[in-house]
Design a protein around this ligand. Sequence first.
Ligand code: TRP
Ligand code: SF4
Length: 424
Amino acid sequence: MSAPTTPHTPSAPAPSEQARQTAQPQPGDRVLSGMRPTGALHLGHYHGALKNWVRLQADMSCYYFVADWHALTTHYESREVIEKSVYEMVIDWLAAGLDPERCTIFLQSRLPEHAELFTLLAMGTPLGWLERVPTYKDQQEKLRDRDLSTYGFLGYPLLQAADILIYRAKWVPVGEDQASHVELTREAARRFNHLYGRAPDFEQQALASVKKLSKSDARAFEAARVAYQQSGSVEALGQGQALIAASGALSAADRERLEGWLRGTGKAILTEPQVLLTEASKLPGLDGAKMSKSYGNTIALREDKASVEQKIRRMPTDPARVKRTDPGNPEKCPVWQFHQVYSDAPTRDWVVRGCTTAGIGCLECKQPVIDGILREQQPMLARAEPYISQPQRVRDIVDAGTERARITARETMRDVREAMGLNY
Ligand code: TRP
Ligand code: SF4
């Protein structure tokens, strides 16, 4: 068999795909997302992603994992950071409200199946697909202090594709910055299904081909198909094949399709996922830029009280308010954006009036924000407490989740190996 060489260019979606793209998540649909363990999570993670993860666990089948291999693609020289952060991050998740009874929490590196699927997908993935992922060049430029001209870094969106496809996830809750990775995942699934499986509408097409047989032959064919697939009866397979061969009404395509239908190989092996776009966090960093550890402008999810107070008190404000008597403009102040997240309407009115008339001082204005953050943190700290005092409980949760994930991952890999003919 010759290797596929034509790069796949996305064309206009087929009708069935358009229908799928406008589809809404249904209760029970599989959801998957991951985070890199590169340090304590902060309030930007909470408002940008975690809060949504918690909401989704109520009625979706959610898989959330610690992407430690992904962290290594950028932090391969600082493994201590990752090591320290794995279980801390899971505590942050539990603190935020993820409930191990309602979602599956697991650790990527415990599941070599991810690496296996990554390897197999890599065979047919054109280099150009990876080079064109926007985060590839962006991140290389942003993280100039690290050497990211590595094979692992180039390939990491395909590893992400494997993470998603191995659970046949329908929905991937991520931010806009990750949308291109989900698109690559769809392409990888489509190519895999094209090369090794059948189109998603294969079943409909096969049934249409069955209809071309005479009524009694169609009935006999279906009986043979069911018998072969349920018991592997070689005799039934032979009967089905004889019916295909004997019919004069079938085209070559019909015959090929019915052979696949009979053998049960005609199915979409990998599921094309969709982004479940999470709105960008409305909570910026302390300086008004995006909240990010590398900018040093974060408040950790479990930051202690004294530190929260100090950080908010030191936040920059509208530069026009030099003296207490200078009026200000909330639109030019990062504290105002915190009020949008943490304060109710009367408090916000109080801020606007007080700021623009110099009726309140900035420290006074910041107090409700401090109170709001501490109020939000309170239940999180309470939820985290038993896991901090009994770290084994966190490990047990991850162990149990990993074993649950493994069942699904193994099932998919069995189908993948079979589809690729790797079961000699
Ligand atoms: N790449 C993601 C990030 O950097 C993390 C991630 C890895 C992920 N695998 C995933 C997210 C699969 C969603 C689905 O944040
Ligand atoms: Fe910012 Fe509040 Fe000071 Fe106005 S009063 S500049 S909104 S901190």
